[in-house]
Design a protein around this ligand. Structure first.
Ligand code: DQQ
Length: 576
């Protein structure tokens, strides 16, 4: 789609709208509370400590993360006028360590016909000559029909890139005939092929088939849709926020998005509007034919691998040239009621940035909180070699665990007592965890932590493992059970779970790390092979009244070989 001036914009709009009027229906991807969208917070209740968020109001997807001239930038979907989704702009924060954040003025906000109904998600790319550029989705009418726009920093010598310019020739990509205009959004970071073409993906769907549309450009302004999409999968619904990047087969370092060569695999992730979960595949990408073929080591549908089996959506990675790593951001929405969000004056956090790389198995990714988080570690305690016998429970005392980082390794005494695994459970870890919750006795496990727990455990979020015996191997299930996390009525308390790809018979032990931040619990099983995030709302287990316990509700004894727990200090957080 070419460069456009004011006159041709009108002609284009007329032509496209005629086409749209016949074949499009509007679809929203977020719950709409129209009457609350522009009700500013009158009071702001304090919330999380070290998770990214602005002082007030609604946030959703992380947008355009990048490292540029010594500064990390995070843009994000933000409602400047209220605590529910609406009035969406690109808010902007900067950091030198991804942990302490300073809020700037919104970078991109609706001003032009090509984005007047919203500036939705998108990505940043750093062009040759060290020139950052953003591609984002503009919403052009009340039916939420979408186009892709470009924006440039106004002044490259401003170290914070405060102001962004949206040229009048926008939009740079329109939904062509055959593309569903209300399901056409979230351009990726671009990568460059051997022919010098830039390529991006735009999320879409046809009927119930999720699609990653592929576009090519020589100059980043004129984009042409490729005949074939990069990938599609039937029955997965709208693909929001696609992400596509290379990972190294060896080592945990990251690769720049255009990197291509030996020893590289590619990852394609999509966020599924229908289930509000994401899934990814690991596969091979042919730069010349622009073909991506998943390896087939995990399902290519909504039962596939997830970065996070909990409350984690619309994620996006970027290559961090400072530390040669790839970093993942994801949005963790509230799971309380809209009234609660209005009352507290804010909604939504971004999870702690995680380094992401390919596991040595080549079958899945591994994630770990960025090392910079450790700079916030304060007072701590260490426990070693402590038995947790069957039905055992002991408290970890000595720190304020409402804002904490806990790392623990469990040694398993034996696997003889493992419960039998029914193969029909293999595709639904979450349902299995819902049936076999923390208080359901087992053979080997459930063992793990009670976090954000009240002294008498009336309130607790249980984070645990349970080990089963399948026909030829053991199956490890990791769970978050928040069913007792809050005495407050009406709070949504879903159990979340994923399987952990470890040979527990060989290792005899398994590690768990949980980041606890008042209403956020982010857990990393087996060194980051399986991750789960929950939002919980204790009413008793607050501040100094939040307790931390180790428990074992299985028949087999387990041992905590080491447990380290740190209080986490509050960083600079956008003034929140
Ligand atoms: N959120 C944005 C869309 C995206 C969705 C709108 C995902 O661009 O598809 O706020 O949460």
């Amino acid at each position: 789609m070419g460069r456009r001036n004011g006159g041709s914009w009108a002609a284009w709009a007329a032509a496209v709208l005629v086409h749209w009027c016949f074949c499009m229906t509007a679809e929203a991807s977020h719950a709409i509370y129209e009457s609350l969208q522009s009700v500013p917070a009158s009071v702001v209740v304090s919330g999380t400590g070290f998770h990214f968020r602005p002082p007030r109001h609604w946030i959703n997807d992380p947008n355009g993360p990048m490292y540029y001239n010594g500064i990390y930038h995070l843009f994000y979907q933000f409602n400047p006028k209220g605590s529910v989704w609406g009035n969406i702009v690109w808010a902007h924060s900067v950091s030198t360590d991804l942990i302490n954040w300073v809020a700037l003025e919104p970078a991109i906000y609706p001003t032009k016909p090509f984005d007047i109904y919203g500036c939705w998600s998108g990505s940043a790319t750093i062009l040759p000559g060290n020139k950052p550029v953003i591609l984002y989705t503009g919403v052009v009418d009340t039916q939420q029909r979408q186009v892709q726009n470009i924006a440039f920093p106004k002044n490259l010598s401003d170290p914070y890139l405060r102001e962004w310019v949206k040229p009048d020739y926008n939009p740079v990509i329109l939904p062509e005939e055959g593309v569903n205009a209300s399901a056409f959004r979230d351009p990726t970071t671009a990568w460059r092929g051997p022919s010098g073409h830039w390529k991006i993906l735009v999320g879409s769907k046809r009927n119930k088939r999720g699609i990653a549309l592929l576009y090519r450009s020589r100059d980043f302004i004129h984009w042409v849709k490729a005949k074939h999409s990069l990938h599609t999968a039937k029955g997965t619904g709208m693909w929001e926020c696609p992400d596509f990047y290379p990972v190294s087969v060896k080592g945990s370092h990251g690769l720049e998005t255009s990197f291509y060569g030996e020893g590289v695999k590619h990852v394609l992730k999509n966020s599924l509007d229908v289930t509000r979960y994401e899934y990814y595949t690991v596969g091979s990408y042919d730069h010349v034919k622009d073909k991506y073929v998943p390896d087939g080591t995990s399902p290519d549908d909504n039962t596939g691998l997830r970065y996070d089996y909990g409350n984690f959506y619309a994620s996006k990675t970027f290559f961090d040239a400072k530390k040669n790593r790839r970093i993942l951001w994801g949005w963790a929405n509230e799971s309380d009621y809209v009234d609660d969000d209005i009352a507290k004056g804010w909604a939504g956090v971004q999870t702690i940035p995680r380094a992401v790389w390919l596991d040595t198995s080549g079958r899945q990714l591994v994630q770990w909180p960025i090392e910079e988080l450790e700079s916030l570690r304060g007072k701590h305690i260490v426990v070693t070699n402590k038995k947790v016998s069957s039905s055992g429970l002991w408290e970890v005392k000595g720190i304020d665990s409402s804002q904490a980082d806990v790392e623990v390794t469990f040694e398993i005494s034996g696997l003889e007592k493992a419960e039998p695994f029914d193969p029909s459970w293999a595709t639904d870890a979450e349902a299995l965890c819902g049936r076999k919750r923390a208080d359901v006795k087992g053979g080997v496990g459930p063992f793990g932590l009670h976090v954000l727990a009240s002294a008498e455990l009336e309130e607790t979020t249980a984070v645990f493992f349970r080990i089963f015996k399948a026909e030829h191997k053991h199956v490890v299930l990791m769970c978050h059970d928040p069913t007792r996390s809050s005495m407050r009525p009406k709070v949504y308390k879903p159990t979340f779970a994923g399987f952990v790809d470890v040979d527990i018979a060989k290792t005899g032990k398994i590690s768990l790390r949980s980041l606890i931040d008042h209403s956020v619990v982010e857990s990393f099983g087996a060194g980051g092979k399986t991750c789960i995030t929950s939002r919980v709302y204790p009413s008793l287990a607050l501040g100094k009244n939040a307790h931390l316990f180790v428990f074992n509700n299985g028949l087999a004894n387990v041992k905590v070989s080491t447990l380290k727990a740190w209080e986490i200090r509050k960083p600079l957080m956008n003034g929140a």
